[in-house]
Design a protein around this ligand. Structure first.
Ligand SMILES: Nc1ncnc2c1ncn2[C@@H]1O[C@H](COP(=O)(O)OP(=O)(O)OP(=O)(O)O)[C@@H](O)[C@H]1O
Ligand SMILES: [Mg+2]
Length: 291
C-alpha cells in the first residue's frame, strides 16, 4: 500500500462529519447593484482555451471521457445514486496542496461535465478570492459575488449568481473585498451558512468551488469544513509527496476526500489524462510513483 493510500485510509477511518451548522438567517433580496437581470455569461471556448482553462481542441474528447469517470462517484454521493447520500455531498471543493496544480482547470471542466447530467443544475463558485482566475477570465472581476454575499448577511446570494450559455450551468464570481477581510469572511460561520443556503434554495443543484491552495492559505481549510466532498488535484511529476501528505493532513477527518492525478502523460495516443482515486474505493488508485 502506497503512502498516499495509507494517508487516505487514515483520513477515511478518522473522524465523522463536521459539526452541526447554525440555522440560516433571514435574507434581503435584490441588492441595489444586483446583476439579477444581467444577460447570461457566454463561455467563449477560445478565450477559455487561451487562458489555459480548457484543453486543446484535439484533447477534448479524451478529457470528456476522463471527467465522466471522475464525476460519477461524486454525483452518486451528492444525490445518493446507488450509494448512501453524503451529508453536504452536493458541495464539492476542488483543492490542491500548492498553486498551479490545476484546480481552476478541473473546477471548470468538471462543472461543464456535470452540467451534461440529467436533472442536475451546477453552480460553479469562484472561491479562490485571492486569485480569482475564473472571475477574471469571464470578465466578472468587478462584479459582486461570493465575498459580497458573505459581507452582507442580509443579501440574497441567488441574486448574485449569473447564468451562462451552457444550460444548467451558472456561476458565482468571487466578488469584491480587501484580502484581509476575504480571509476572515471565508473562514467565518457565514460561509457555512451560505453553503447550506445554496443547497436549500435548489435541491437539484451541485456546487463546485474553485479554491486557493491548501498549504498557502488559511481560507481553503475553512472552506473544506463547509463542503461535503473534496477533490484534491495532484499535478503529476510536480507535487512532492511530503507536500501532498501535509495537505491531506489538513483535510484529516473529512468524510470524503478524493484524489485526481492531473496532467499525467499517459500513452502515445493521449497527452494528458486524469486518474481518480478515492479512499472509499480502493479499486481505483492514484498512479504509483507520481504522488
Ligand atoms: N489537465 C490539464 N491539461 C492541460 N493543461 C492543464 C491541465 N490542468 C491544468 N493545466 C494547466 O496548468 C496550469 C495551472 O492550472 P490552473 O490554473 O487550473 O491551476 P490552479 O491550481 O488553479 O492554480 P492557482 O493555485 O494558481 O490558482 C494552467 O496553465 C492550465 O492550463
Ligand atoms: Mg486557480
Amino acid at each position: 500500500m502506497s503512502v498516499v493510500e495509507k494517508a487516505i485510509r487514515k483520513l477515511q477511518e478518522g473522524k465523522q462529519a463536521a459539526a452541526a451548522e447554525a440555522p440560516p438567517s433571514p435574507r434581503r433580496t435584490a441588492p441595489a447593484a444586483s446583476p439579477e437581470s444581467a444577460p447570461a455569461i457566454i463561455l467563449d471556448r477560445g478565450v477559455l482555451r487561451s487562458a489555459g482553462l480548457l484543453p486543446p481542441e484535439e484533447d477534448m474528447n479524451a478529457l470528456a471521457h476522463q471527467y465522466r469517470e471522475i464525476k460519477h462517484p461524486l454525483v452518486a454521493r451528492a444525490i445518493g445514486r446507488g450509494v448512501a447520500r453524503l451529508a453536504k455531498g452536493h458541495l464539492i471543493m476542488i483543492a490542491s496542496a500548492m498553486t498551479g496544480e490545476g484546480k481552476s482547470f478541473t473546477a471548470l471542466n468538471l462543472a461543464l461535465s456535470l452540467a451534461r447530467e440529467k436533472d442536475i443544475r451546477v453552480l460553479l463558485v469562484d472561491a479562490d478570492v485571492a486569485k480569482p482566475q475564473l472571475s477574471h477570465v469571464l470578465g466578472l472581476s468587478e462584479m459582486p459575488g461570493l465575498l459580497d454575499a458573505l459581507h452582507d448577511v442580509d443579501m440574497d446570494v441567488e441574486t448574485l449568481i449569473r447564468t451562462t450559455d451552457v444550460p444548467s450551468l451558472s456561476f458565482l464570481p468571487a466578488g469584491r473585498s480587501s484580502p484581509e477581510e476575504a480571509t476572515e469572511l471565508l473562514a467565518s460561520s457565514r460561509m457555512a451558512r451560505l453553503g447550506m443556503t445554496l443547497g436549500e434554495n435548489a435541491p437539484e443543484r451541485i456546487v463546485v468551488f474553485d479554491s486557493p491552495p491548501l498549504l498557502q492559505t488559511t481560507e481553503s481549510s475553512a472552506l473544506a469544513r463547509v463542503v461535503g466532498q473534496i477533490v484534491v488535484v495532484v499535478r503529476a511529476e510536480w507535487t512532492p509527496q511530503p507536500v501532498l501528505l501535509d495537505a491531506l493532513k489538513i483535510l484529516e477527518g473529512h468524510p470524503s476526500v478524493s484524489l485526481v492525478l492531473n496532467q499525467s502523460v499517459h500513452t502515445a495516443t493521449s497527452s494528458y489524462y486524469y486518474h481518480y482515486g478515492n479512499g472509499s474505493d480502493r479499486t481505483q488508485r492514484p498512479q504509483p510513483g507520481t504522488v
